[in-house]
Design a protein around this ligand. Structure first.
Ligand code: NAP
Ligand code: ZN
Length: 352
């Protein structure tokens, strides 16, 4: 074991603060990564505040962070994918059983024994896993991803969660030429969804509650922007969408979006509000519409997404912050005031 610096929260009302945690020495299959940047996902905030207590209660202290990019410093003897000095990335998962049908099909995220990057049982050290608001991390090489060298690293970190979580359902539901695709909520996930849908050749509409984001939405690749609190504007799009991706972090009315779907249209939730959302059955039966959800993506698909981003030079639009501003960043996330992902420059942790 070795010690490494980190930021953790001690309870659901405590701010994040500097601490020291233990990491394991790399085993044969592990890579040790010096973390350079870590994105701030709204899931970090939900977890720190224990907002998902009914489904996955938070164990304190929590070290969040699952949008990790860094440089490999050490590799185990059986590691094939990496050597010291390579760039590497880690997303939301650090382990799975590797033998179940989900793992065999490349859906590690649905493995019953999947281990999240933070707040999951740590089979090596006991306690729970600790995430990327930290100097370094040690993971099985299967869960470390290759980073295209042309990408800006601060902007590449958010691809590990916000990127794959939007890429995967866009691919699954066939966002592409001839399709009218909607993105609800222009935050970290939403702005990546816009970039992907645009890159795949779909007609993209953004639904936002923030009039001030209109120009940005167009710059990011949207063909049109709809203010979701304007009922008249919404109504003009009734029965017209093939696919809508909902990336909203708080309670909202999804029926308003179901009504905008055309025949066999699909609304997919990736946002994870803490309370259940109400669905009016009539909005589903008319037009044979469907409502579904999607969780991150498998490891192979995450690599495919990173390679796609390398080829098309796609990264998140980031506001780079020192770790000392993390609590301020959380307060701004709650006000939908982020353009469009905070990325922590982990060099700032060295001064703690
Ligand atoms: P974020 O950056 O905070 O963006 C959320 C956006 O939702 C806001 O920017 C805002 O967009 C909109 N919004 C916020 N409050 C709203 C309200 N009361 N009513 C309507 N719209 C509202 O969050 P994020 O990091 O993108 O994460 C979004 C959600 O996805 C979170 O719940 C997160 O936990 C979840 N998530 C899920 C997965 C998965 O695998 N499914 C992975 C990562 C994250 P506008 O200003 O444009 O309205
Ligand atoms: Zn995330």
């Amino acid at each position: 074991m070795y010690k490494t610096k980190a930021y953790s929260a001690a309870s659901n009302t405590s701010p994040l603060a500097s601490t020291t945690i233990q990491r394991r020495e790399p085993t044969d299959r592990d890579v040790q990564i010096e973390i350079l940047f870590c994105g701030i996902c709204h899931s970090d905030l939900h977890a720190v505040r224990n907002e998902w207590s009914g489904v996955m209660p938070t164990v304190y202290p929590i070290v969040p962070g699952h949008e990790i990019v860094g440089r490999v410093t050490k590799v185990g003897s059986a590691v094939k994918k990496f050597k010291p000095g390579d760039l590497a990335a880690v997303g939301c998962m650090v382990d799975s059983d590797g033998t179940c049908p989900q793992c065999k099909d490349g859906f590690e995220q649905f493995c019953p024994n999947m281990i999240l990057t933070y707040n999951s049982p740590d089979k090596h050290l006991g306690g729970v896993t600790y995430g990327g608001y930290s100097d370094s991390i040690v993971v099985d090489e299967h869960f470390a991803l290759r980073v295209p060298p042309n990408l800006n690293l601060a902007g590449a970190a958010p691809l590990c969660c916000a990127g794959v979580t939007t890429y995967s359902p866009m691919r699954h539901w066939g966002a592409g030429p001839g399709k009218k695709v909607g993105v609800v909520g222009l935050g970290g996930l939403g702005h990546m969804a816009v970039k992907f849908a645009h890159a795949f050749g779909a007609h993209v509409a953004v639904f936002t509650t923030s009039p001030s984001k209109k120009e940005d939405a167009l710059r990011l690749g949207a063909d049109e922007v709809i203010l979701s609190r304007d009922a008249n504007e919404m109504q003009k799009h009734n029965n017209s969408f093939d696919f809508i991706l909902d990336a909203v972090s708080a309670e909202h009315d999804i029926n308003a979006y179901l009504n905008l779907l055309g025949r066999d249209g699909a609304l997919t939730l990736v946002g994870l509000p803490s309370k259940p959302l109400g669905v009016a059955a009539f909005n589903l039966i008319m037009g044979r519409r469907s409502l579904s959800g999607s969780a991150i993506g498998g490891i192979a698909e995450t690599q495919e997404m990173l390679d796609f981003c390398g080829k098309h030079n796609i990264t998140a639009d980031v506001e780079v912050i020192p770790i000392q501003k993390v609590n301020e960043a959380y307060a701004r996330l709650l006000k939908s005031d982020v353009k469009y992902r905070f990325s922590i420059d982990m060099a700032s942790l060295k001064s703690e």
